[in-house]
Design a protein around this ligand. Structure first.
Ligand SMILES: Nc1ncnc2c1ncn2[C@@H]1O[C@H](COP(=O)(O)OP(=O)(O)OP(=O)(O)O)[C@@H](O)[C@H]1O
Ligand SMILES: [Mg+2]
Length: 427
């Protein structure tokens, strides 16, 4: 049977769990816009480390929006394109089915596209000139043109008795700053245009995106940042068990525990371990996935990460970053959480002395804050790689300090920790 797991980036899982709050807020925003015919007052920005489900969640919001009759327009920003022009092209594509040649609104819309060097002919979008290097003047005109383009597009949507235009902008962190400035100022202009202009904007980016966006845009009070965290234990369990249950395959308890512990609440790793264990077990309906399949899957996935992502990240780390990474791995508790004060003590450095290195590692998505004075690895498993690479040992400087982090199973974690033959915790 084919695996029901979806370990690809942006791949919609067969069972999407743990994002009820953000999805219901998004649904409420759509309702408000449909009800009033006016723009949403806020731009929702989802943030989270790699593999937390930002793209999938944006996709789910888009599906809901389309089911309610909204016109949606999705764009993943990148560092090499003229994202403003790309967005104009996407808007043109999304709006083209609503073309009505006679309408003056349509003419204005097409003129604005022209300002951004985008042509729309019989539903075909063409970029008419290469993106030019933008000086201040061209930035201002790009801002104006994009702002008006958005407003006209939303008006055309409304004219066709559809509730509104939804923009979904992924990978915000990739866009150069000057383009973010143009983008968000244009969005602000569109959202504050008087009249009935129903626009809703959802975006996503890495954890440091809020800083980047707030630096670029002047209307930060309109941003509603929402962190997508690791899945909590019940959601993680559902994400692992339910896809196979749909195919009448169950997981033995110890097998599920081991997979969930290794994944530590990362939606990507749950799919990855689920998939590898499925391939290894090759189950028939009415059978169970056993621990041996999970053990094989963990080895397989870890080997892949060790050889690829982990080795690459480690090779690129500076010596200060390596020292901090090693210290975090050494002092982390059973749940992978390290106290800053244990790190500073071990490295004999003050917190301000380490703050530059800490920020660099957070910006690269390698570590993340786990609460005040607490850090952890963003990708579970990297800590073990670092300990092996540096031949260091975990020190267990204390009992689990933090509240149980979401996504960890205490029972399974204890068992896994015990089985690795670690030194006993100090008390
Ligand atoms: N809520 C969820 N429930 C179950 N699986 C999920 C969920 N969200 C995401 N996944 C799975 O996690 C993986 C990563 O999802 P996604 O690509 O959306 O993450 P991302 O945050 O956009 O990552 P990146 O920062 O690399 O773009 C995919 O395999 C997807 O199927
Ligand atoms: Mg993504």
């Amino acid at each position: 049977m084919e695996s029901p797991y979806t370990p690809g980036f942006g791949a919609r899982p067969s069972v999407l769990v743990g994002r009820d709050q953000v999805l219901s807020r998004a649904a409420a925003t759509l309702t408000r816009v449909a009800n009033s015919g006016r723009s949403a007052t806020q731009v929702t920005v989802l943030t989270g480390t790699r593999g937390m489900g930002k793209t999938v969640t944006l996709g789910e919001i888009a599906t809901t929006a389309r089911a309610r009759g909204f016109v949606t327009c999705s764009l993943s920003l990148d560092s090499v394109s003229d994202n403003i022009q790309l967005l104009a092209g996407r808007i043109a594509e999304a709006i083209s089915p609503l073309q009505s040649r006679a309408a003056p609104l349509w003419d204005r819309f097409v003129r604005r596209l022209g300002t951004l060097s985008v042509e729309l002919n019989a539903g075909v979008v063409k970029v008419t000139s290469e993106p030019h290097s933008r000086g201040t003047d061209t930035e201002t005109s790009a801002r104006q043109a994009l702002g008006e383009l958005l407003a006209r597009a939303a008006e055309i949507v409304a004219e066709h008795d559809q509730p509104g235009l939804v923009l979904l902008l992924d990978e915000l962190q990739e866009a150069p700053r000057t383009q973010l400035v143009v983008l968000f100022n244009a969005i602000q202009d569109a959202l504050t245009t008087p009249g009935k202009i129903p626009i809703v904007i959802f975006a996503a980016g890495l954890p440091t995106t809020p800083e980047k966006v707030m630096e670029a845009a002047s209307f930060t009070e309109r941003f509603d940042f929402h962190t997508l965290d690791r899945l909590d234990q019940t959601a993680a369990e559902r994400a692992l068990l339910e896809p196979s249950l749909q195919l009448h395959v169950t997981w033995d308890t110890d097998a599920a525990d081991a997979a969930l512990t290794a994944a530590a609440g990362s939606p990507y790793l749950i799919q990855k371990y689920g998939d590898e264990a499925w391939l290894s077990a090759d189950p028939e309906p009415d059978t169970a996935i056993e621990l041996a399949a999970v053990t094989a899957a963990i080895t397989q996935v870890r080997d892949g990460l060790d050889a690829g992502m982990f080795r690459g990240r480690w090779a690129k780390a500076t010596s200060a970053e390596r020292a901090l990474l090693t210290a975090i791995a050494q002092v982390a508790d059973n749940y992978g959480i390290a106290r800053t004060r244990d790190i500073t003590a071990l490295l004999d450095r003050t917190t301000p002395q380490l703050s530059g290195t800490r920020k660099a590692l957070i910006d690269k998505g390698i570590i993340e804050s786990a609460g005040t004075g607490l850090l952890r690895y963003a990708m579970p498993g990297f800590a073990d790689f670092v300990l092996a690479a540096t031949q260091s040992r975990r020190l267990y400087l204390g009992q689990p300090q933090a509240a149980l982090p979401t996504g960890s199973s205490p029972r399974a974690t204890r068992r896994a920790a015990g089985s690795r033959d670690l030194p006993p915790a100090h008390t």
